[in-house]
Each structure stands twice: as structure tokens, then as C-alpha cells.
Design a protein around this ligand. Structure first.
Ligand SMILES: [Mn+2]
Length: 321
């Protein structure tokens, strides 16, 4: 673990933290289990070290992470004058926090920044970049970093770290579930991580509307002559099921469970005149991050996504126009 990260960056990262008194921890927009878990874990160890810490994100933590402490204390506006250090967690690229639009100063070096992430697409946008694409989650990196930096991991922090691991491995089902992931999970359990609550909230809370939406997405699955599995969700589907875009989380894993497919792609209209594409594969021979990049997106080799303007039209295949 942390083999891709120069020792120098780990040392300078700790130095920046030691010198700072007011720190903002920033996950990516539309934060998921790993983003929220990372942000809170970071906040808790920094607070223990006597720092003033805010978690800042343009979007609030999703409902399924609300069991974690202090999810209601996220701030959605970034006032950089209030901080002497910004720590980005789980942001796969400089634009992923979305604050580059309102606060261009976060990228021009006028304020110290640390970027801790596990996405292949990361563009090393900070003063210090601690990026380990081999890690299953950002919380996995944080666990090893906290140990190296000598930060104590209490029960609360252990639960936050486990949430990221549990979420980004799809409850230890994806093939990023390495021996190291299981080893760290074991250590987190020993430290008191509450896996029972994590599993209950993250993946076992389905509303009827959500399941109806899944039903409509699953009923439209196709496999084309190139062994690519597709499905599509339109505004109409959301309206018919009284569901929203967040309810789609997890559907793509079902598409990805179809044997003998090259990869799968789920197209879903969003509420802002665009289409979000989520791609997954079981194959080691496909690099989905490359496909996502063509459309201005990013992600990992076996899981990636992008967004483009337009709407979905049903023809022989799903197309975006
Ligand atoms: Mn992640």
C-alpha cells in the first residue's frame, strides 16, 4: 500500500497539517460512501490533533450515509479565507469538487492543498498529491496514512474508514477486494468499526419507488452483437416511479453480473438536460477509464463514467441526441 506515493509527499503532507490551524476537508460533489467516510475520518483525526476542521461539499451527504456522525455539519460554500489548508479526498480530478468554478484560487497555489485519492484519472492538482490507484477506496489510503502519521484511529473514525471500503468494494463483492482490503477491514473491526450498521444503511434500505425504478431499468437491458450490455433510464421512468437519480445507485452492478459480456453501460438522463453514463466490466482486458476520457469523464479501469448534454432516444440501440 502507498507504493505509488513518494515518501517525500507523505512527509510534506504531515508538515502542512502540523503547520495549519484551520483546515477544510473537501470530498467530491455528489459525495458517496467513500467520499463522506473519507471526509469525516479525516475531520475526526484532525480534530483530535487540535485543529479547527470543517467538511465542505457543494452537495449534502446522501441519505444512506446519514448514520455517520456529523453528516449534518457539512458546509456547502467554500470560504477559502477561513482556512490555511484544504484537503481534498476522493476527488478523481481537479474539477470533481466543483469548487474550481466559484473558487479558482484552490488550484493556483495561493493556498496549500493536499489531494488524497485512488482514481486512475487523478490529475495531481494539489501542492501535495497522495494518489494510490491500487487502493480500493480513499479510506484505505487514509488508514495507512493515519498509521504513518501517528494519528489515533478511534471507534468513530474506524466506522468512517470501513464505510468507504465497504461502499467502494460493493460490500466486498467487486474484484478490488484484495488481501490488503480484507486485512485492513479486520483491523478496523478490531478498532470497533460498526459493520452491522454500515451494511444496514448502505445497501439494505430500498424504497418501493427505488425498486420500481430498478425494475424499469432492468426490464430494458439489451446485449448487442459486440457483447456490450446496455440499459437506459429516462425522465419518464423517474416520473412513473416517483423516483430520482439517486435511486439508480447500484443498478449498474446488476448489468455487470451478466455472463460473457465485454462491459456494460447504463445511460440515465439527469434533471439538468444531460445524460450520465455509468460503465462496469468484469473483464481485465477492457480499460473503461479510457472510454470515459473520450467523453470528458473518468474513473477506474473496471468502473468509470461520464456525462454529456442531450437526451436518450430509443432506436435500434440506445443513442444520445
Ligand atoms: Mn472512492
Amino acid at each position: 500500500m502507498l507504493t505509488s506515493v513518494p515518501e517525500h509527499d507523505i512527509t510534506v503532507g504531515l508538515k502542512l497539517i502540523n503547520e495549519a490551524t484551520r483546515i477544510a476537508v473537501i470530498p467530491h460533489r455528489s459525495p458517496d460512501g467513500d467520499a463522506v467516510g473519507s471526509a469525516l475520518a479525516m475531520k475526526f483525526v484532525l480534530k483530535n490533533a487540535g485543529k479547527n476542521v470543517d467538511t465542505v461539499c457543494v452537495d449534502p451527504p446522501p441519505q444512506n450515509t446519514k448514520f455517520l456522525p456529523e453528516t449534518n455539519q457539512f458546509i456547502n460554500e467554500l470560504k477559502t479565507d477561513n482556512y490555511d489548508l484544504l484537503i481534498f479526498v476522493d476527488c478523481g480530478a481537479s474539477y470533481m469538487s466543483k469548487f474550481h468554478e466559484t473558487n479558482p484560487e484552490i488550484l493556483d497555489g495561493s493556498i496549500n492543498t493536499i489531494n488524497i485519492d485512488h482514481h486512475e484519472s487523478n490529475d495531481f492538482f494539489s501542492t501535495v498529491n497522495i494518489v494510490e490507484p491500487k487502493a480500493a477506496s480513499t479510506t484505505q489510503i487514509l488508514f495507512r496514512l493515519f498509521q504513518k502519521w501517528g494519528f489515533e484511529i478511534n471507534k468513530q473514525t474506524a466506522t468512517c474508514l470501513m464505510t468507504g471500503l465497504y461502499f467502494d468494494t460493493g460490500s466486498f463483492r467487486h474484484n478490488n477486494t484484495t488481501p490488503e482490503v480484507m486485512k485492513i477491514s479486520g483491523e478496523l473491526l478490531k478498532l470497533g468499526a460498526d459493520i452491522k450498521t454500515i451494511s444496514k444503511y448502505l445497501f439494505k434500505k430500498n424504497s418501493i419507488n427505488k425498486l420500481k425504478l430498478w425494475g424499469s431499468a432492468l426490464s430494458k437491458i439489451r446485449k448487442n452483437h459486440k457483447e456490450i450490455v446496455t440499459s437506459a433510464v429516462t425522465q419518464e421512468d423517474y416520473e412513473n416511479c416517483q423516483a430520482d437519480t439517486k435511486d439508480l445507485e447500484g443498478v449498474v452492478d446488476y448489468l455487470n453480473a451478466i455472463p460473457n459480456s465485454k462491459f456494460c453501460i447504463l445511460l440515465a438522463e439527469d434533471l439538468k438536460g444531460g445524460v450520465k453514463a455509468s460503465m462496469r466490466t468484469q473483464s481485465e482486458n477492457v480499460d473503461l477509464s479510457k472510454i470515459a476520457e473520450v467523453f470528458g469523464g473518468g474513473g477506474h479501469k473496471m468502473a468509470s463514467g461520464f456525462r454529456i448534454d442531450g437526451e436518450i432516444k430509443e432506436e435500434k440501440h440506445w443513442t444520445i441526441q
